[in-house]
Design a protein around this ligand. Sequence first.
Ligand code: SAM
Length: 311
Amino acid sequence: MEFAGYLIEPRLFAGLPPDWRWVFGREAPLIVEIGFGNGEFLAEEAARHPENDYVGFELTLTCIEKACRKFHAAGLANIRVVRLDGRFGLRELFANGSVQEVIVNFPCPWPKARHAERRLVDEGFARTLAAVLEPGGRFILATDALSFTEEARNNLAATGCFRIRGPYEVGGEPRTRYERKWRSKGLAIYRLVAEKEAAAAVERIAEGKMPHARLKTDLEKEDIPKVAGLKEVWPQGALVVKEAFVAPQGDEVLLRAFAADGEFHQQFFISVSRDRKGWIVQLDGATVPFRTPAVKRAVFAVAEALQRGDQ
Ligand SMILES: C[S@@+](CC[C@H](N)C(=O)[O-])C[C@H]1O[C@@H](n2cnc3c(N)ncnc32)[C@H](O)[C@@H]1O
């Protein structure tokens, strides 16, 4: 398989969750690893279990590149990776009851209280696990940070959907870079395993449809940049239009925008352009975000502000 073929872009898919049978070209048990780092665990597991398909989430591009090189060198065809927050990815990219196992090895513990919202196994993530895991499916967490495991355990237990074992101390050969690192410093390693016994419902917020709005009034291209600075905050999210770029020729202005759906943040461009029918406000194709409520609201808020002429 080509090196670049491992990295997929579900933002561009018309429908979510994707049909993973189409992505892998076959139907097989799905295993997810979140925060795979240099990918050595993922590569080893995928080689050991060619009967499974593996989806990895990672945020850091250098990690993704290193990992994909490993997968390519090993000739593995049963792995795909997504550059995305695994909390969002697990909820939005997998149907209920469709995942056999979710693995997290040495997540960043984010011990400071002000970073608490970055911790992986929060209440929302525990509910997502209870939705997407198949009956009897497992969540497996390995870490050196006992306090993290205890918080994870409490959040998993609060769903009432899991039989939980651990955290218990484990030995054996290190299987990831961070496991090697912490063991070499003499730290104990803990594992927590949660087996799904009951399902929970989660609300999914991303959809395939591209939002757009046609303006009923005419505009001067030079007036559009005044919409920069538009800002809205509501209980579940926020949007800001940061700045505007006016095309030197032709009727188009690009607006750099930011949208937050809870802790999931996206930056993208909104295009305001004129065709034969008039002005249209839509997502620009160069930076297609997931079409979440905050992204859709950003497109419509820009259209409304331009239409009201209060930019
Ligand atoms: C401490 S490292 C562990 C890497 C690897 N699992 C290991 O054990 O060597 C944590 C990794 O998780 C990634 N990460 C952190 N938060 C994430 C998230 N919300 N979604 C996906 N990856 C995340 C980081 O970029 C980093 O590579």
